[in-house]
Design a protein around this ligand. Structure first.
Ligand code: TXA
Ligand code: MG
Length: 360
């Protein structure tokens, strides 16, 4: 398939190009577009065939429903039942990197809801996304732009690598501002299903109550029947094996030093930890940014996972971060990217290395 690449300015989107992309959406095509969180792969949310094509392009399991993006609260209220006690708060909040699970009002194709009677809705804080939805005149179903299980694309060039030749159009704008997917809050139970840039502390402040946080929120072992279906799948994983070290960096250096013939690995961590790892273990490193700038660490995370594969080693080791603020979202993604392979001492590391055939 021929993919049209449209360069569109983030701050002042060229209307003629927006119109062109909107025409593609209206005629049943797939358009990859930027949002403030990550790039999305979008289609008319009422077009079953177009939405089915999103699943095809992503290789996504069909029981994993899509987020529907809207350009106004009015549009959201046409398609979803937003509990009246939250309307004023949402009016103040939107557009922002937060998705709400509410009861669906409109009849969506099963490709969008996976047969649930709820819908995930979000109004992205991005001029290109908002103009595109407005011009298309329909809500746009838009999961994150990544082949299923792979790290999400946060730049136009990564979208072209992932989806060039597989979709009708890719809008190539600036890098996504946050680089990590939106927060998902189930408004029926006030449960934080997926942590994101809108932090749990901010949620408490604006809604005046604490969201429920579960093991799934933290990205620890998926629940038997996940409430948010996407949380039960392996996610964001690089091709390279990835282990998570749960502990302080000093302990990690000691732990690794104790392993005889430790296989080559790349360390992913904060600038401070990378410096220590490179000095003391002589390993290659991928620097996520300073510990004092956790939003930058979140923003660099997916790129670092994509970069890990370019080292052509068998193993990456990533360090853990505090779960305050955006840290909860960082750890949720890291736990999934490492498929829950974590260690906290040399015995644990040895067990993982043997299980993965990296050591006999
Ligand atoms: O930041 C974002 O939200 C990005 C940008 C493109 O908007 N989109 C995104 O979509 O992250 P996706 O499909 O990768 O993640 C949507 C998550 C999935 O885990 C899915 O299972 C969950 O939302 N979800 C969708 N509809 C749901 C529903 N009705 N109930 C519970 N979870 C739902
Ligand atoms: Mg996704």
């Amino acid at each position: 398939m021929d993919t049209k690449i449209l360069k569109i300015d983030t701050v002042e989107p060229q209307q003629s190009r927006i119109k062109e992309a909107a025409r593609i959406v209206k005629s049943g095509g797939i358009v990859v577009f930027p949002t403030e969180t990550v790039y999305g792969i979008g289609a008319n949310a009422f077009d079953a065939k177009a939405c089915a094509n999103i699943f095809k392009a992503k290789g996504r399991p069909s029981d994993n429903p899509l987020i529907v993006t809207v350009c106004s609260l009015e549009q959201a209220e046409e398609i979803a039942e937003i509990p009246s006690q939250y309307i004023d708060t949402i009016k103040k909040l939107w557009p922002s990197p937060i998705t709400f699970i509410v009861k669906a009002k409109a009849k969506f194709p099963k490709e969008v809801t996976a047969g649930l009677d709820t819908i995930a809705i979000r109004m992205p804080a991005h001029p290109v996304a908002l103009s595109l939805i407005k011009e298309a005149g329909v809500p746009i179903a838009a999961p994150s732009a990544n082949p299923s299980k792979k790290p999400t694309a946060t730049s136009g060039s990564q979208c072209i690598k992932y989806f060039g030749g597989k979709v009708d159009c890719i809008i190539d704008s600036d890098e996504a501002f946050f680089g990590i997917e939106s927060t998902i809050l189930d408004l029926r139970t006030f449960t934080l299903l997926r942590p994101g840039p809108f932090t749990q502390e901010e949620l408490k402040k604006v809604f005046g109550k604490e969201p429920t946080i579960t093991k799934t929120t933290k990205g620890k072992q998926s629940e038997e029947i996940a409430i948010s279906p996407g949380t039960k799948y392996a996610h964001y994983a690089p091709d390279t094996l990835l282990f998570l070290f749960e502990g302080k960096i000093g302990e990690m250096l000691d732990t690794i030093a104790q392993i005889e013939n430790m296989p080559h690995f790349v360390f992913i961590g904060s600038s401070e930890s990378c410096k220590l790892a490179s000095e003391e273990l002589g390993c290659s490193t991928i620097d996520l940014g300073k510990r004092s700038e956790p939003f930058k660490i979140a923003k660099n995370l997916y790129d670092s996972l994509i970069m890990l594969d370019s080292f052509k080693v068998k193993l990456g080791i990533i360090e853990a971060f505090d779960e305050n603020g955006i840290g909860l979202a960082i750890m949720n993604r890291i736990r999934k990217a490492s498929s829950h392979s974590s260690f906290s001492d040399s015995e644990g590391l040895l067990t993982l290395l043997i299980a993965e055939g990296l050591k006999s």
